[in-house]
Design a protein around this ligand. Structure first.
Ligand SMILES: [Zn+2]
Length: 701
């Protein structure tokens, strides 16, 4: 699988001015996985450094403070094991590797690595299991095939599927393994999407035929407003989120002791074909009970928790509680590093509490869409109560401190998870970290400003940095002091000053290399994979530059179809460079007869707006096109011009307006610079053997 293809998948293409660029960022999962690599004895990067003695000390100290005496996670992970998956790679229909567990085998070859936090290594070893498991008779999970788990529950006529992973190829493989050992040849009888993130529905086409969904034979059940929130979370800021994923998910890092070691939720996200069938039955009420293929289920809607729309499910006759992604074996993200509106930890905690008191007092098994189940009511309650308190504490104590003047720029150094929760493995920061989550809580309630006017409308870093450099006595002095601090293990102090130099002198490779060395040590010391990956990703780009590469289309027709016309028009307003629209003024009536929608689209004041349900009395242009045809244009498969030329779309009025509008549209490029001076001026890939195989057509800048 290609790191490179992934990197550039949202690149501009010609003649698609109105297409939706790029793949989705669908929460906790990049749609693509990382590049393969064989673990090496040494560092994967020619400039890579060994962990320093300070890093070794930090990891040793961390080890001493962790509850390694509690091995229940390992027992629970193993429990009910039926069969391993023997093929370490699953191929995508398109010919590349969709899933690769081979690259994580190094994790099991040693008990310890001096460049991996012991707690992070622990979760990565737990996530390194790959096969079929029995939860209880009648409930089975295939784990380790993707970032998420797929679950099969025996119904009266077949198997009810919970959360069909990211892509169809891995789902197909999971189904095959399941059928070999347990499935008895029975068909899928229903599918349930627990929530809106792609790792919980993207592989549905691997297990269900579209005809069976259309005919109503296989119901697809999801929480209310599922489609509205499935795509919308990731469209407006999608390109920025995609770029930031390279940091959070370490997409350019090879799997290796000094690189990528897993994502906490799972090892990675699969890279096959993403598809989506719209739900055919929505769970609308806060609590709703009905039978699914003869199995009584109680659904609990939990909006605005881990996802904008999500639901837990209780199966009373099995005393089995499905906690979706609301309760996993980790602290989840309140703030996600790839960027998203900050989640509501108090609301989240309350829904866990409700699940505890509605179902958890009698449940004998609890399972979820990541990690492994919990057995026995005492254990179920222990985890539910611990997770409830984890999110509530984070909300309450952070606000407690904020109410005493602790700011967003300090909170991560002040806030601490209570000792009792720190000692529970399932409260450790394998997805959210206490550091970035605590900052997120303040952001949610108070926003970005710490209330010091210096930080209110500051200069851009590049504009203030030269004065710092001058006042500090120039580059040489900063480098000397930076090296000093680095040698003393004072990495955060070192990064403060060397970052100023890099900001002031983006072409100073020695400064970038020193900053990379500093970041690398901070990265090795992190328990949280998102933090580790972010530091190591910046390290990589400072050393190598941002790789360039070929383009590949990843637009999923199903996903484009899920996007409302209004959302599409809103996004055009974002893609428009308003500086190119100065002086333009027009009004368009847009009509999509097949779904009966009408819009006014107006360009005025260098701003593109739309309003649904209205038509202007004297439009400059009326454009009539079926929504189903418009989708081809949204996908970039057929230009609007072509639609007009063959009569698929019809216009009345001044058609040149469409050309004007197209001329203002910009394709977002996901290769924008994050660290100064990293825009590659050379083809970096050939220096990196783990990437070289994927270079087919480098793109000129
Ligand atoms: Zn998930």
């Amino acid at each position: 699988m290609s790191t490179r293809r992934q990197f550039i998948q949202a690149l501009p293409t010609v003649g698609t001015a109105f297409a939706i660029a790029g793949n989705l960022v669908l929460d906790e999962s990049p749609v693509r996985a990382q590049g393969a690599s064989t673990p090496l004895a040494g560092h994967f990067h020619p400039k890579g450094k060994a962990p320093s003695k300070f890093t070794l000390d930090a990891l040793k100290q961390a080890r001493g403070g962790l509850p390694f005496g509690d091995t229940r996670d390992f027992e629970e992970q193993k429990k009910g094991f039926i069969a391993p998956m023997t093929e370490l790679k699953i191929m995508a229909d398109a010919g590349h590797v969709a899933w690769d567990m081979e690259r994580f085998q190094f994790l099991d070859k040693q008990d310890d690595f001096d460049s991996i936090h012991p707690s992070l290594l622990r979760i990565s070893k737990l996530n390194n299991n790959y096969g079929l498991y029995e939860v209880i008779p009648g409930i089975y999970q295939v784990r380790g095939f993707d970032l998420s788990d797929i679950t099969f529950i025996r119904g009266k006529t077949g198997w009810i599927v919970f959360d069909p992973l990211v892509s169809k190829e891995v789902v197909r493989a999971a189904w095959k393994l399941f059928q070999q050992h347990v499935g008895q040849g029975l068909p899928v009888s229903a599918v349930i999407y627990s929530h809106t993130h792609v790792d919980h529905w993207g592989g549905v086409r691997g297990i269900v035929d579209e005809a069976d969904v259309r005919s109503g034979k296989i119901p697809i059940i999801a929480p209310v407003d599922f489609m509205e929130f499935t795509v919308s979370e990731n469209v407006y800021a999608g390109n920025a989120m995609n770029r930031r994923l390279f940091y959070q998910y370490g997409l350019l890092l090879p799997a290796a002791p000094h690189g990528y070691v897993g994502q906490g939720l799972g090892q990675a996200a699969s890279a096959g074909a993403v598809g989506l069938f719209a739900p055919t039955r929505l769970v609308e009420k806060p609590i709703e009970e009905f039978e699914v293929d003869g199995v009584r289920m109680i659904f609990q809607n939990t909006p605005n928790t881990e996802a904008p729309r999500e639901m837990n499910t209780y199966i009373p006759d099995m005393k089995a509680l499905w906690m979706a992604e609301n309760v996993i074996a980790s602290l989840h993200n309140i703030y996600t590093l790839r960027g998203a509106p900050v989640r509501d930890p108090l609301n989240w905690s309350k829904y866990i509490s409700e699940a505890l008191y509605r179902f958890g007092l009698e449940a004998e098994v609890m399972f979820a869409s990541h990690h492994w189940p919990r057995w026995g009511n005492a254990r179920v309650q222990e985890v539910l109560r611990g997770q409830r308190d984890l999110y509530a504490h984070m909300n309450n104590q952070v606000l407690h401190l904020a109410n005493q003047g602790v700011t967003i720029n300090e909170i991560h150094n002040v806030y601490e998870v209570p000792k009792g929760l720190q000692d529970k493995w399932f409260c450790r920061g394998y997805h959210g970290s206490p550091e970035h989550n605590s900052r997120g809580v303040i952001q949610r309630y108070l926003g970005f400003w710490d209330c010091n006017p210096t930080t209110l409308i500051p200069l851009s870093p590049r504009d203030s940095a030269p004065l710092y450099v001058e006042m500090m006595g120039g580059a040489e002095k900063i480098m000397a002091r930076g090296r000093d601090l680095h040698i003393q293990g004072k990495y955060l102090l070192a990064s403060e000053i060397v970052n100023k130099l890099v900001q002031a002198e983006p072409q100073n490779q020695a400064a970038k290399d020193l900053l990379a060395d500093i970041f690398e040590q901070v990265g090795y010391q992190q328990e949280n994979p998102g933090l580790r990956n972010s530091f190591l990703a910046a390290t990589f780009e400072l050393r190598t530059g941002i790789p360039q590469g070929e383009t590949a289309s990843t637009k999923s027709p199903d996903v484009i179809r899920a996007m409302s016309t209004e959302l599409f028009l809103n996004f055009l307003g974002i893609r428009m460079d308003s500086r190119k629209a100065e002086g333009m003024r027009f009004t368009i009536n847009l009509i999509t007869p097949d779904n009966g929608e009408k819009f006014i689209v107006e360009l005025e004041n260098a701003t593109l707006t739309n309003i649904k349900g209205f038509q202007a009395s004297k439009p400059d242009l009326t454009l009539t096109i079926n929504r189903s045809d418009l989708e081809l244009t949204m996908m970039g498969a057929k230009t609007l011009e072509a639609q007009l030329a063959d009569g698929t779309a019809k216009v009345q009025g001044d058609a040149s307006i469409l050309k004007q509008l197209a001329s203002t549209m910009v394709e977002f490029d996901p290769r924008f610079e994050i660290m100064p001076g990293t825009k590659a001026t050379r083809v970096a890939a050939k220096e990196n053997p783990y990437e070289a195989s994927d270079v087919r057509q480098p793109i000129a800048e």
